[in-house]
Ligand binder design. Structure first.
Ligand SMILES: [Zn+2]
Length: 148
């Protein structure tokens, strides 16, 4: 497990607003674990991180690893945008909101790797696939059964 202090965690994500509610999520990324907040009282999953459960208002929030499986809920192809390591807009760059299998309506937005854009369709099953951007692992997705 990653044992960075809070100060070291901030240094790993310059320009990112990290607080006590989302620091477990970012620590998880460094361990290549996608940790999504889950309520310890009612079991409701939610993202992004919040200090209380949006369903029952409990403060018993438990960052919990998800399976990484889900399906494409929303898909857009970016033809332009800010420069970022590993992002190419001439391809163009796919951005997908994935509905995770843990709960209806639980969604996480990232990119899809390992497939031509023409193969991407809303509703297709995907699984987690980590990529590296700069010094940090980033959660991405690939079509289920794809090689990357
Ligand atoms: Zn709850």
């Amino acid at each position: 497990m990653n044992t960075l202090t809070d100060e070291q965690l901030l240094e790993r994500f310059p320009g990112t607003r990290i607080d006590h509610d989302n620091k477990a999520f970012y620590r998880g990324l460094l361990n290549r674990q996608l940790l999504i907040d889950r309520c310890g009282d009612c079991g409701h999953w939610f993202h992004p991180p919040r200090p209380i459960c949006p369903k029952c208002w409990s403060r018993d929030i438990r960052p919990t690893a998800v399976s990484g499986r889900g399906h494409i809920h929303l898909l857009i192809l970016l033809h332009q945008g800010p420069s970022a390591p590993g992002v190419r807009y001439d391809t163009p760059h796919p951005v997908a909101t994935i509905e995770l299998e843990e709960q209806s309506g639980l969604r996480f937005t990232s990119t899809i790797v390992g497939s031509d854009n023409a193969a991407l369709k809303i509703g297709l099953p995907v699984e987690l696939s980590w990529i590296d951007r700069g010094a940090n692992p980033v959660p991405a997705f690939k079509l289920s059964g794809a090689s990357q």
